[in-house]
Write a protein that binds this ligand. Structure first.
Ligand code: ATP
Length: 247
């Protein structure tokens, strides 16, 4: 698979919510091409709402979401989830949302629904099994009988099957033991390197997330409160130290 460069996201002044409840208030952030950006925030601060807004699952009420895909600029606000996926922007949702009564391979194949991905199904399945050999060993196993870490691997593999250019990952650490969180971060980093992806990851596990992040943002009550140009800048910030590091 070729290394894809130049895929980035630029969000400016974004407002979004649920009915009268305004959750995101003027959110601006950049996900530069080829970088991993982490969106840090504790429960209920709007991380999932932002991910769902990018995917077209929630309609933004103000602001813009620009994607640059292989040099072509696209406005995402107003697109349907299908149109966003068709551009190669793929979400690994919080809680993974797999089909527990289907096998690993059936779950993976379901990831290949966009046209480009269908054409490359065999090639991507082979890549998926190469990157995650455990999935090859367990290809016939029902996903519901797998461990949380293995299920996270299936969720990442299913995203790979969609032939992503920009990968969104919503709180991959939820429900996983610390060692599996570390392993999951490594899997995301491996997948990014191998596919040449641009990644936006929402997390509340500061220590694990900054290990793979090039830069990060802190979201509090739907506002971006801090932007760190590097993992070190995040670590040195007072707000981050108080909220995430307990210092
Ligand atoms: N379907 C909904 N209808 C109304 N309010 C919602 C809905 N989903 C989320 N909210 C509210 O929006 C706010 C932000 O939630 P969101 O899920 O985006 O936060 P989060 O940072 O992803 O946290 P979590 O880790 O708990 O998912 C919360 O106050 C939440 O109660």
């Amino acid at each position: 698979m070729p290394i894809l460069a130049g895929n980035s996201l630029e969000i400016a002044g974004l407002d979004a919510g649920y009915g009268a409840v305004r959750v995101l208030q003027g959110v601006s952030l950049s996900v530069p091409a080829g970088q991993t950006v982490v969106l840090l925030g504790t429960n209920g601060n709007g991380k999932t709402t932002l991910m769902r807004s990018i995917m077209g699952q929630i309609r933004a009420t103000a602001g813009r979401i620009r994607a640059s895909i292989e040099g072509q600029e696209r406005e995402l606000v107003g697109l349907s989830p299908e149109q966003v996926v068709e551009l190669g922007i793929v979400l690994v949702p919080e809680g993974r949302r797999l089909f527990p009564r289907l096998s690993v391979e059936q779950n993976l194949r379901l990831g290949a629904y966009r046209a480009t991905a269908r054409a490359a199904l065999g090639e991507n399945l082979a890549l998926c099994y190469e990157l995650f050999p455990r999935l090859a060993e367990r290809r016939a196993q029902l996903v519901g009988s797998m461990s949380g870490g293995e299920q996270q691997m299936v969720a990442l593999g299913r995203a790979l099957m969609s032939a992503p250019r920009i990968l969104l990952v919503d709180e991959p650490s939820v429900g996983l033991a610390p060692i599996l969180v570390a392993r999951t971060m490594e899997m995301i980093a491996e997948m990014k390197a191998r596919l040449g992806l641009t990644v936006l990851m929402a997390e509340q596990n500061f220590h694990q997330a900054v290990r793979i992040a090039d830069r990060g943002y802190v979201i509090v009550h739907g506002h971006i409160e801090f932007e760190g140009e590097s993992a070190a800048a995040l670590r040195d910030n007072d707000l981050v130290r108080q909220v995430y590091l307990g210092l």
